[in-house]
Design a protein around this ligand. Sequence first.
Ligand code: 6PG
Length: 476
Amino acid sequence: STAQIGVTGLAVMGRNLARNLARNGFTVAVHNRSPERTRSLVAEHGDEGRFVPGESMADFVASLERPRAVIVMVKAGAPTDAVIDELVPLLDPGDIVVDCGNAHFADTRRREEALREHGLHFVGTGVSGGEEGALHGPSIMPGGSAESYRKLGPIFEKIAAQVDGVPCCRHIGPDGAGHFVKMVHNGIEYADMQLIAEAYDLLRAGLGAEPAEIAEIFRTWNGGELESFLIEITADVLAHTDAATGRPFVDLVQDRAEQKGTGRWTVQSALDLGIPITGIAEATFARSLSGHVDQREAARRAFADAGTKWQVDDRDAFVEDVRRALLASKIVAYAQGFDHIRAGSQEYDWNIDLGGTATIWRGGCIIRARFLDRIRQAYDEQPDLPTLLVAPWFADTVGAGVPSWRRVVADAARAGVPIPAFASSLSYFDALRAERLPAALIQGLRDNFGAHTYQRVDREGTFHTLWAGDRTEVEA
Ligand code: 6PG
């Protein structure tokens, strides 16, 4: 037993994680259900470090030093349970099972509880950064016990991306905390991408610009406050020309966005916790809408002329308006995502450090961005910040962007360009800062039809008006 850590499940993510571990000097036990993959990994990459191949699960487990640490990198859901069931009888108390797949945090909580009964640690771990990240340095979000992190921390912190000498990995909190935070990361990823897509659509409609020209705009934006991996690859994708036709690649891709479910999970959880993550919800629904081709076709025929012509006079001013609207909407999406993490942390007693979470998203992950350092700073300075929107830099940036934001949303509405995430982010902002909300009327209606009661602004207590009677007010 010589391996410090093991990886079972050697599809591309598992393979790359194993290689990353080996390249960083760890001795890695490797295993796959069909041993072909194990052999090919060692044959192709054996020179990158020390691999200990295991043909069977028993061989694999036997090759690990104790306490054993086993990374499971298989498809979320039933395949994960199947591997855990196979592993558990082979392990001893104190051993650690690490699930690096995109599991739902509720499944992780269930598995953690079940394995705890066997004296085992189960560590649901979010890993972001795709194939490249897994190999060169992902962002790693481990949940599970503090004790398990004492073994895993030094290993994971070494293979994670590093920003300013700080690893993009930290212990998030017990049981499902890691997978919860990864889920919200993906939700924010959905919102970020939807906002980018809307900005592209606005530029295209407003300027009548070609994708290659818009790619240049994104490239310029990437030199400023919007600097991020997603903005960078947007420039790349928009500049790409299809080899077969010579046309812009983006014009040849079917306009139906798919999803594997993490965005939907985020929205479902936020509904349960009562946290308005409107940006993520709009982004998730926008993907669903794009897939309803029959409805789109019918509506397109019925309302062909419902928009108006859009002619932007001042190109540079318009581009700057869209940039500011994008930045403000993005801030709203992140503010909502961090609210969601705080609520999950309270609900499940996870004690998640919000600044720490922002810290490990600065590199390695899909939403890595310059601006995450500002989020880290904001929560480090004021851990009980009511909303990210009011932290100094964010308040200044959003405040300065408001006129642009309003112009862009109003112009798009007039022209008939759909901008669900831009528009709902602006509405969220306006709702939060409103002196009075029409929620008062909703309370009145609820009391009128269902005696659901209300509170008054001028007196303590809970009240009901006798709507069907003489309309006197009674204390409920
Ligand atoms: C990451 C990504 C990744 C996610 C894909 C696909 O952090 O590396 O979030 O985990 O699975 O982005 O997600 P959808 O298929 O749902 O778009």
